[in-house]
Design a protein around this ligand. Structure first.
Ligand code: IPE
Ligand code: IPE
Ligand code: MG
Length: 246
């Protein structure tokens, strides 16, 4: 029986989030420039997105560029941005064929203008698709997201539109980039690093974490299936005890 058939479709995570890591090391191990790794990561994005959509996953969030990634050498940042533009363009067909709607979270209007424009265009063209939302985290970090939410809430209070007594977790969540998106049940990180790196800090409060040594450009459909199977063998207790779950 192949891995895909072992997956219980009734217990599928609705939302999977992935920290796509290890592109640079993948390229280095081949004696290539880091950008070669990023280029080869595109196939992994294609495979993972189509596999998730085929399974019936409703939301797939991919961490593509963090607010800290601006600190990388300028030539790498520029290469990543132009790869993004190229990929959004070349993958439109894949998104349409698979009925996938593209969305983005992060401080996207601070991306380079051509990137921002291409992103809006691809989001617009795919806006009628409804099998799965593919959410790119771009110029995103959890601390940025939480602090901008706090600033916007404070402004609403100051303007007299929001009673501070009414602020609770639901209200706070409505100011996050991910409002209307359920928290990810499963959070995957490739490349063997066991950290969150400022991704979905609020939303991952109870996510099941899955770390794999595979470098992102090597990640294929079967790797996604393996992560989901691992997730399906866990017990999520949300602070309760085992007996209460059953
Ligand atoms: C992930 O791969 C891609 C981005 C962060 C944009 P890296 O570029 O971080 O690759 P490593 O971790 O250095 O190998
Ligand atoms: C996390 O990877 C960011 C993305 C995958 C976009 P990094 O490679 O930037 O994370 P650190 O620096 O190893 O924590
Ligand atoms: Mg990295």
């Amino acid at each position: 029986m192949d891995l895909k058939e072992k997956i219980d479709s009734l217990r599928l995570p609705k939302h999977i989030a992935i920290i796509m890591d290890g592109n640079g090391r993948w390229a280095k191990s081949r004696g290539e420039m880091r950008v070669f790794g990023h280029q080869n990561g595109v196939e992994s994005v294609r495979q993972t997105s189509t596999a998730a959509a085929e399974l019936g996953v409703e939301f797939l969030t991919l961490y593509a560029f963090s607010t800290e990634n601006w600190k990388r050498p300028k030539c790498e940042v520029d290469a990543l941005m132009s790869l993004l533009v190229q990929t959004l363009n070349s993958e439109l067909g894949t998104l349409m064929e698979n009925n996938i709607r593209l969305k983005a979270i992060g401080n996207i209007n601070k991306l380079q203008p051509d990137c921002y424009k291409q992103l809006l265009e691809t989001m617009d063209k795919t806006s009628g698709n409804n099998r799965m939302d593919l959410i790119l985290a771009l110029n995103y970090s959890g601390r940025w997201e939480i602090s901008q939410a706090a600033a916007r809430i404070a402004a609403e209070v100051k303007a007299g539109n929001l009673d501070p007594e009414k602020i609770n977790q639901d209200v706070f969540e409505s100011y996050l980039e991910t409002h209307n998106i359920p928290d990810p049940e499963l959070l995957i990180r490739t490349s063997g690093e066991n950290r969150i790196s400022n991704f979905l800090l609020w939303q991952a409060a109870y996510s099941e974490l899955y770390f794999t040594p595979k470098l992102w450009p090597d990640f294929r459909k079967d790797d996604l299936y393996e992560a989901i199977l691992d997730y399906q063998n866990r017990e999520r207790r949300f602070g309760m005890i085992s007996e209460q779950i059953k």
